[in-house]
Design a protein around this ligand. Structure first.
Ligand code: PLP
Length: 408
């Protein structure tokens, strides 16, 4: 069976060659990943060669526009959705903010919205603000011990008044991979739409969004080795139900309808680099011809196997200690490689001491304040988060464990 060629993978990331980063092991990937060389090259090429107003009647402008268009079409291919369904905005927080405004006018007296307390605030506060005398917002709550969301609890909250369910594909703290496809079926059965925050999931393999069943799916490309853009998939059947948020004369442009800001031309163009990266990996590992979503599916399987082995190694070591609490699943099954732990002294002190061992890790509430409250974790000290992706090596996990052993 083909396995991930980690040396080949790492050779695609200039950060691993940087003098200032040499010897440092990066464990704050859930905050933002390294960018692959293909993205960096595309970005700098755009600025050097085509930094003009795109779509104009002269060659540089035509090429700029073509690159922006191809970025959208190619990424849509990887995600198994149609080009018109994908658009880019400045960030996921900005995208949910705009979408919530788009929903506002479609809500009627008696309508209900279900949110979770497992989400990052970006997929929570904006929906909660839609509560009014007429519209009720209900909270689907995590189990206070495990942080899991139980489908039976959702079933009790759903009714024919539910118009919208929002949830994470996986949380940026507990990292359990939620059964989005089942939630989609349950939501659709009562006529509700499902909005999924995939920000913490997508870095572990760009999803087949059609297979998730989500009506709207969002993720942040600066955490998936790409430029600082939020990707937003609004399925065709939803787009026209939601009020246009762009200029009135742009309502019929699917890339402008939910993006009131002007597009960041260079960064959108650089999304091509992410697709180039997947193509490069696929050619190296498999070498045959395949459609983009098939390439993503097969590469994701290699990423998952690699990440699972490393996650298992770290969790096994953490489970053997009695001075910390692992938040979320304690085994490597059905979870992403984002491991948050509650420690018995301030998490920031530990992260600071880890830096003395050339470990880059984060300590915070990571904007999942409601989740920490739901898990009875004091929000002032936050949690230590150790997050990694497919380019992380076994040697870096060993370095982390050695450092943790001295610091904890
Ligand atoms: C799970 C999750 N959702 C949403 C966001 C917000 O993304 P953005 O920074 O693109 O607004 C983050 C950012 O950390 C996140 O981790």
């Amino acid at each position: 069976m083909t396995t991930l060629d980690i040396d080949f993978v790492r050779a695609q990331f200039p950060a691993f060659e940087q003098e200032n980063l040499r010897g440092w092991a990066f464990f704050e990937n859930a905050g933002g990943s390294y960018a692959c060389g293909q993205v960096i090259d595309r970005l700098s090429r755009y600025y050097r060669e085509t930094k003009v107003q795109p779509y104009g009647p002269y060659p540089a402008a035509k090429r700029a526009g073509e690159e922006m268009d191809s970025a959208r079409t190619r990424l849509a291919g990887l995600l198994n959705v149609e080009t018109d369904e994908l658009s880019f905005g400045p960030s996921t927080s900005q995208n949910t903010y705009v979408l919530a405004n788009a929903f506002r006018t479609s809500l009627k007296d008696g309508d209900e919205i279900i949110v979770t307390n497992q989400d990052h605030e970006a997929n929570s506060g904006v929906w909660r603000r839609l509560a009014s005398d007429a519209v009720t917002v209900k909270e689907w709550q995590v189990d206070p011990q495990t942080g899991s969301l139980d489908l039976a609890d959702l079933d009790n909250l759903l009714s024919d008044r539910t118009k919208l369910v929002t949830m994470p594909h996986c949380s940026n703290i507990v990292a359990e991979i939620n059964d989005v496809a089942s939630v989609a079926k349950m939501a659709h059965a009562v006529g509700a739409l499902l909005v999924v925050d995939g920000v913490s999931f997508a870095p572990h393999g760009l999803p087949d969004i059609t297979a998730t069943g989500a009506d709207i799916y969002l993720f942040s490309m600066y955490k998936t080795f790409g430029p600082h853009q939020g990707a937003m998939v609004v399925r065709n059947h939803v787009r026209d139900q939601l009020e246009n948020q762009g200029h009135y004369f742009n309502a019929d442009y699917s890339d402008k309808r939910f993006t009131p800001a002007g597009p960041d031309h260079a960064q959108i163009s650089a999304v091509n680099g992410l697709v180039d990266y997947y193509e490069t990996l696929y050619a190296h590992h498999f070498g045959d011809e395949a459609g983009l979503s098939e390439k993503a599916r097969k590469m994701n399987a290699l990423f998952a196997a690699h990440e699972k082995a490393l996650t298992d190694q770290l969790l096994t070591w953490l489970r053997a200690r009695n001075d910390l609490r692992i938040l979320g699943p304690v085994t490597a099954d059905n979870r992403a490689a984002t491991i948050a732990i509650q420690t018995n002294r301030p998490a920031l002190d530990i992260a600071t001491e880890l830096a003395d061992h050339k470990i880059m890790a984060g300590a915070s509430d990571f904007y999942a304040v409601r989740l920490l409250e739901g898990l009875n974790v004091p929000t002032d000290s936050g949690v230590l988060r150790l997050s990694f992706v497919h380019y992380t090596s076994k040697a870096e996990i060993d370095q982390l464990i050695t450092a943790l052993d001295q610091v904890l």
